[in-house]
Design a binder for this molecule. Sequence first.
Ligand code: S3P
Length: 173
Amino acid sequence: MKNVVLIGFMGTGKSSVGRTLAVRLGAAFIDIDEAIETKCGMTVSEIFQKYGEDYFRKCEKEVTFEVASRKNTVIATGGGTVRDEENRKALSESGFIIALTASVEVIAERTAKEGTRPLLEGLSIEEREEKIAKLLDERRGIYENADYTIDTGELSPLQVVEDICRFLRMRRG
Ligand code: S3P
């Protein structure tokens, strides 16, 4: 099976959908953020804090290339993984790209928990919404470039999984 690669902004449901989708498809599951944490022996927030974003992106690229060489795997990317053109190319060649989207308000609510999203850390709710809107504007073009797109705002992870399975059945015939 070609891989199924979930892309999209923080809080669009890539990890929870990916985990359930992999079980449904009988495929392996890899979450790029988790794989980076395992490789570095630190959380994503700790990596940002101790070594900065550039170092995180370097680790992210190494992990992305490793996972893109696998088969029969559902891959949940980090929100910024596909900003890098080489990451985008490696992932598109490895499987279907499914983009998950949600509104600024939904994302702000889903990412409210502190300590896990260094790019949205220490901000008031208004500031967080502003930052999300700004980052979304910058990244919109790259998330639009997908084989299939689902707005997850009103859907449960299970409903998103069903939708992806319908798309895969259609594409595989
Ligand atoms: C990031 C998203 C995060 C994580 C890191 C940077 C981003 O992943 O990779 O904090 O640049 O959007 P999630 O989308 O899984 O939260």
